[in-house]
Design a protein around this ligand. Structure first.
Ligand SMILES: NC(=O)c1ccc[n+]([C@@H]2O[C@H](COP(=O)([O-])OP(=O)(O)OC[C@H]3O[C@@H](n4cnc5c(N)ncnc54)[C@H](O)[C@@H]3O)[C@@H](O)[C@H]2O)c1
Length: 442
């Protein structure tokens, strides 16, 4: 079976490669010629564990190709996935310009029956717009070619994307015709054989499922951050509270960690887009508005602690930042809390030295020459007045604290992810601030 995937970003590239891994014949398309050239030269444009080898293996088997030509890619295909970006528009709604441009191009070039599947995260009703865009192009050509639309939102997590795609918790498919359902079943047959649940539903419900899932996850994070801040005020410890509530299976222990706020390419924009849909439909989503507000406040919380510690004057001070990507195991810097923290420190006259295991190149696109890029985590601490931990990469979990103390001017740590034990910090003589726990003063 031959398929095409349009957009070779975090979702398109992983999906295309994983589909090839299951034996399908996959062509990935992108308008970014540099990206396609890189891929054709054996380079992977993003960091995702295990992806390089899988791309290489499937290219070698002739099941995975990369091109800038949509016309070539969809020739003889049974299905084409749209996996391009849906960034937030100025008013917070999802910008559908890329999705609809692809749909319109598909209509320009398609010659045989196709299922046009939207994998990008899109507002409810978008598949109908996709259908219209394809049909308009076919009408402009004066030809009649049968096609169907489907919605197949993606739930992979950056950093664990291959595992998530190949062993999904569920596959959501929205269809409106039996032909489309038949093709989607064929496409996902290897997953069905392995008993991964596949849920067929109407298209609007599939589109809504994706937004509701991300909105629920963002809600869990903001709820815990809100409680964590109250813990600090009343002298409670969020770690104990988290363990205490997480042991109730109705609540569950996953995804209830307090921290420096959610970021990344999905939660912030998807929460905004769903709020916007609610407004448009005159059903204001009050909970989500609060989720967003709490998150905006949370992204500033570490900076507030830093400013308070330094009596509102960090001018000339040097901060070593550990972790830049919005979460571990990815180089994605979109809406990363580190950017807000760093910009705030710079604005107040501080010097910033940064280190991230994989996101340094990506960070340069955002921060340019404004910060010092360190060669490793310890290098970032030479002459620093404080360490600020923003992303909980594994290699930061058990550092050599003696060396850390020797390199820095002060034994001072601001931990935005609660990865160190306050009691151990106290024993080692550090002043230690974290989220939702009593600070340690030395
Ligand atoms: N990143 C994630 O973790 C994740 C998870 C689930 C869903 N999603 C959703 O999937 C979609 C894609 O996200 P992403 O993170 O992969 O985006 P991305 O920005 O990494 O990649 C998008 C790609 O689409 C390409 N593109 C844009 N217009 C094109 C066109 N007309 N033809 C061909 N290619 C084109 C871009 O050049 C880019 O390579 C978004 O809607 C996102 O919300 C993302």
């Amino acid at each position: 079976m031959k398929i095409a995937i349009v957009g070779t970003g975090y979702v398109g590239l992983v999906s295309g490669t994983c589909f090839a891994e299951t034996g399908l014949d996959v062509t990935c398309v992108d308008v970014d010629a540099q990206k396609i050239e890189k891929l054709n030269n054996g380079q992977t444009p993003i960091y995702e564990p295990g992806l390089d080898q899988m791309i290489e293996r499937n290219m070698a088997k002739g099941r995975l190709r990369f091109t800038t030509s949509l016309a070539d890619a969809i020739a003889d295909c049974e299905a084409v996935f749209i996996a391009v970006g849906t960034p937030p528009d100025e008013d917070g709604s999802a910008d559908l310009r890329y999705v609809l441009a692809v749909a319109s191009d598909i209509g320009k070039y398609m010659k045989n029956y196709l299922v046009v599947i939207t994998k990008s995260t899109v507002p409810i009703g978008t598949s109908l717009k996709v259908k219209k865009a394809v049909q308009d192009s076919l009408d402009a050509r004066g030809v009649s070619v049968k096609f169907d639309v489907a919605s197949n939102p993606e739930f992979l997590k950056e950093g664990n994307a291959i595992e998530d795609f190949l062993k999904p918790d569920r596959i959501i498919v929205g269809v409106e015709s039996q032909d489309a359902e038949k093709i989607m079943r064929k496409l996902y047959k290897p997953f069905l054989l392995n008993n991964h649940p596949i849920l067929f539903m109407d298209i609007a419900s599939a589109e809504m499922t994706k937004y509701a899932a991300n909105a629920m996850l963002a809600t869990k994070i903001s709820f815990m951050n809100d409680i964590a801040n109250l813990c600090e005020i009343v002298g409670a410890d969020i770690t104990w509270v988290r363990k205490g509530i997480g042991s109730d299976p109705r609540i569950g222990s996953k995804f209830i960690y307090a921290g420096a706020g959610y970021g990344g390419s999905c939660f912030p924009k998807d929460v905004k887009a769903l709020i916007k849909t609610g407004e448009e439909k005159k059903w204001p989503l009050e909970i989500l508005k609060a989720v967003e507000e709490v998150n905006e406040r949370q992204k500033e919380s570490l900076v507030k602690k830093i400013m308070k510690h330094f009596n509102n004057n960090v001018s000339g001070k040097t901060f070593g930042i550990w972790g830049l990507s919005f979460k571990p195991q990815t180089d994605d810097m979109r809406e990363a809390p580190s950017l807000i923290i760093i910009e705030n420190l710079l604005k107040n006259g501080a010097n910033v030295k940064v280190y991230d295991p994989v996101a340094m190149e990506e960070a340069y696109k955002y921060l340019g020459e404004k910060v010092v890029y360190s060669k490793d985590q310890y290098d970032a601490l030479i002459g620093a007045d404080a360490l600020v931990l923003v992303t909980e990469w594994n290699e930061f979990r058990l550092p050599n604290f003696e060396m850390v103390a020797k390199l820095m001017n002060n034994k001072l740590i601001f931990d935005g992810r609660n990865i160190y034990e306050p009691s151990e910090m106290a024993e080692m003589g550090y002043t230690y601030y974290s989220i939702g726990r009593k600070p340690v003063f030395n």
